[in-house]
Design a protein around this ligand. Structure first.
Ligand code: XMP
Length: 331
C-alpha cells in the first residue's frame, strides 16, 4: 500500500480494505506513521463513540498509548447507553486517558425554548466547540489534534455538498497539528479496520447518527421529558430490530417525538400525551431514500412495547414517506 497523506488524494492504486489481513497491514503501517508524526508529543481527540472517532482512538492508543487524551462530551443528546459504552470500551478495556465531560445541563439549558431547527443545530455545534476548547485549555503540552475525517468528508467538502466539521475546521485559538489516520478510507474500510482493532460490533456497525443527535428528533423546542421519550423509544426500536435481524437489513431506523399531544386511553382513563413516530429507511447514499417494508406484525409489536413502556406516549405513527419529498430526519 502506498498512501499519500500530504495531498488528501487517495491514490488510484490503493487497494480497498476488505479483509482482516488488509486491515492488519493498514494498522501496522498507520501505527508506524503515527509514531513518526507524533514522536513524544501529546494528542487530543474528541471521542463521540461513533465509528470514525472510535477507530482513530483505537489506532492512537495502539501507536502512542498514554500520550493520547480522549475527551467525550455528553451533550445529553446521545442514544441510551452510548456514554457508558465509551467509558467501558476506552477507559476500562483499552486503558485510555479519557476525560468524560457531563455537559448535559449546559446544552439543555442553552436549548431551552429554541424551536427553530437551524438555530438548534447552531447552538449544539457552537457549544460543543466551546466545551471542547475549555477541556483542551485545562491540559498541558498538547500539540496534536486527532480527527476522524474519512475520505467522503474530503470529497464532499471539495465539491461543496457540505462544509464538514472535520475538514478545515479547527476550533479557533487552538494551534494544533492534525492527525487524521483514516482520512483516505471509505466508511466500509473504517469498519473493517475497527473490527480488526477489536472494537465491539455495536460500535463498528453503528448506523449513521446526526451530529446534533437526538436533538433533531425531539422536534421543536427540546424538553427533558420529551427527550427521554425519544431516547427510550429509540432504545426499544434498536432492541427489536436487532432481535429480528433487521439491524443488518435496514440502513437507518429511529424514532421521532413531535411537540404536540393527542387524546388516548390508559387503564380506562383519558390521557393527553405525545405520539412516537417510527422512521425506518433504506438508501445507498442518503441523497434519496425509501421507507423499509417492515412486517406489519412487527410494527404492531413496536407499537405495543412503545405505548406500554415509554412514559407520556399514547400513540405510534409510522412514517413511510420517501426522500424526497421528506428528508430522512424530521429536522
Ligand atoms: P437528511 O435528514 O438530510 O439526512 O435526509 C441524511 C443523512 O444525514 C444524517 N444527518 C446528519 N448527519 N449531522 C450529521 O452528521 C447532521 O446535522 C445531520 N443531519 C442529518 C441523517 O441521519 C441521514 O443519515
Amino acid at each position: 500500500m502506498n498512501y499519500d497523506y500530504l495531498t488528501n488524494v487517495r491514490p488510484e492504486n490503493m487497494e480497498r480494505i476488505t479483509t482482516p489481513a488488509l486491515a492488519d497491514a493498514f494498522i501496522e503501517e498507520q501505527v508506524a506513521a503515527l509514531r513518526a508524526q507524533i514522536g513524544s508529543g501529546k494528542v487530543l481527540l474528541a471521542l463521540s463513540g461513533g465509528v470514525d472517532s472510535s477507530v482513530v482512538a483505537a489506532l492512537l492508543i495502539k501507536a502512542v498509548g498514554d500520550q493520547l487524551t480522549c475527551v467525550h462530551v455528553n451533550h445529553g443528546l446521545l442514544r441510551k447507553g452510548e456514554p457508558e459504552q465509551v467509558i467501558e470500551v476506552f477507559r476500562n478495556q483499552m486503558k485510555a486517558n479519557l476525560v468524560y465531560v457531563d455537559a448535559v445541563d449546559r446544552f439543555l439549558d442553552k436549548l431551552a425554548g429554541v424551536a427553530d431547527p437551524e438555530e438548534k443545530r447552531h447552538i449544539i455545534g457552537a457549544e460543543f466547540i466551546r466545551v471542547f476548547e475549555e477541556e483542551a485549555k485545562k491540559l498541558e503540552g498538547i500539540s496534536f489534534l486527532g480527527q476522524g475525517t474519512i475520505y467522503p468528508d474530503i470529497l464532499e467538502s471539495k465539491v461543496g455538498v457540505k462544509a464538514h466539521h472535520n475538514v478545515g475546521g479547527l476550533p479557533e485559538g487552538l494551534n494544533f497539528e492534525l492527525v487524521e489516520p483514516v482520512k483516505l478510507l471509505y466508511k466500509d474500510e473504517v469498519r473493517v479496520v475497527g473490527k480488526a482493532l477489536g472494537l465491539p460490533d455495536s460500535m463498528v456497525y453503528r448506523q449513521p447518527f446526526p451530529g446534533p443527535g437526538l436533538g433533531v428528533r425531539c422536534v421543536g423546542a427540546i424538553t427533558r421529558d420529551r427527550l427521554e421519550a425519544v431516547r427510550e423509544s429509540d432504545a426499544i426500536l434498536r432492541e427489536e430490530f436487532a432481535k429480528h435481524g433487521l439491524d443488518e437489513k435496514v440502513w437507518q431506523y429511529f424514532t421521532v417525538v413531535p411537540d404536540f399531544k393527542t387524546t388516548g386511553i390508559k387503564d380506562g382513563k383519558r390521557t393527553y400525551d405525545w405520539p412516537v413516530v417510527i422512521r425506518a429507511i433504506n438508501t445507498v447514499d442518503a441523497v434519496t431514500a425509501q421507507p423499509a417494508e417492515l412486517n406489519f406484525a412487527f410494527v404492531q409489536k413496536l407499537v405495543a412495547r412503545i405505548t406500554a413502556e415509554v412514559p407520556h406516549v399514547n400513540r405510534v405513527l409510522w412514517d413511510v414517506t420517501p426522500k424526497p419529498s421528506a428528508t430522512i430526519e424530521w429536522e
